[in-house]
Design a binder for this molecule. Sequence first.
Ligand code: G4P
Length: 529
Amino acid sequence: MSFKDQIQRRRTFGIISHPDAGKTTLTEKLLLFGGAIQEAGAVKNNKIKKTATSDFMEIERQRGISVATSVLAFLYKDKKINILDTPGHKDFAEDTFRTLTAVDSVIVVIDVAKGVEEQTEKLVQVCRMRNIPIIVFINKLDREGKDAFDLLDEVEQKLGLAVTPLSFPIGMGYDFKGIYNIYEKNINLFSGDNKKNIEDTIAFDDLNNAELENIIGNKAAEELRENLELVQGVYPAFDKESYLKGTQQPVFFGSALNNFGVRELLDCFIEIAPAPRPKKSEERLVVADEEEMTGFVFKIHANMDPKHRDRLAFVKIVSGTFERNKPYLHVRQNKKLKFSSPNAFFAEKKEIVDISYPGDIVGLHDTGNFKIGDTLTEGEILHYKGIPSFSPEHFRYINNADPMKSKQLFKGIDQLMDEGVAQLFTLEINGRKVIGTVGALQFEVIQYRLEHEYGAKCTYENFPVHKACWVEPEDPKNEEFKEFKRVKQKFLAKDKRGQLVFLADSQFSLQMTQQKYPSVKLHFVSEFD
Ligand code: G4P
């Protein structure tokens, strides 16, 4: 197969949802379609369970499992599909944000009864910022839920999407009869039997055909005709280009648990979802079919075995082919590295691979060379954009609890920050270190890992910060900025990259600061154009 064909057959995407909407179940059904797993339950473990909020042994165990499920690849109808795991747990949202820099499209799963939930809103916002093509899957149609039109409205309003349904439910919950597939023009009847095949769908080009009454009954037939008429009247026809630009989002209905509506979703997905897309670097736009390999690290996972402190760096291949034992330039460190055992992922397994193509993820064993956001090339100086840090929600001073182990502590903190577990801020005024995290859970994870992986002990002290804002002065030399730095000295820190950060102690002080120093821009994200 030619290089170009290899690129064209790849689909790299993430499934995002609020916890419990059905992401894991859907992932599993997709893998079943690809024949990548044999039975249900095989990927059930890839989520951090709610019960784990204060049990870090459990987190560690699950973290181990999630290495295996970080990338799930399978073949379906000759397409190579890579699903990147995106933790739904809000304490790991930052992980998910970063993973979204490595996907070419996403599927958003929404619970028919709960509608659009908080975590989904945040994640979709990030996708919209990047114009990532989105398909929506409304799940659990076998249960009572909201009216389909109300849900479509909710998706439009809360998520800011412009939807067009490509399938439509016939009834719901107790009365759920099946779905009409607008995209393929057929009916799939629901029987609660999840072994159903494509042959069981009934082609139905013309809904005025009286046969419809025989199949789904008079009342349902009438309702379906009315609903589809309304769909036609209200929603624009599906337009692939608009979907690819991120300006229109097709919607499917189904029930992942019953494997219902999933085949329809997958068949449409492989047809319309983009092959690896071009990616912006600071220097230029890089296109997948360029000959030279380029890629970037979007995730780092520490080894579960404390005796081997190596880590697995996940690299998304953007262009060219990644080959085993070939030297690549680690741009930030300006040194060439060779990898003798790059891992590829297949279903829940990882194996050594000789060659990987754009869209693929390779796992590289790393002894501390990589940071999230690092770029690999064949020699070109290139920096991939778009792995920003977001303002953390929780802040604490971190103190050394064992003076004999300060070296270990600093090394541990350094490496955990490179992995993206949390963010470190160093106060300008006294050099004290402050850890900022998205969820309270990470403080326990850090403390536990420092002790078990680095032999260092830390304690925390409260540090009341409302938000961390990255500071961008209009003119670093102007008086206003000088005054800002002088007056706010106590609240200023540097992040790990040396960028200046303002730690606002309340929403009020943030507003006052913005008003008083209008020429000093305060950003909630570390990267700004
Ligand atoms: P998540 O990864 O998004 O967090 O969700 P997950 O797939 O684990 O699904 C959450 C719960 O919803 C699970 O039940 C799952 O079985 C159920 N579920 C998923 N899809 C459907 C569906 O189409 N219909 C119905 N009725 N339920 C669905 P659970 O009881 O929390 O977990 P489990 O005991 O089944 O593992």
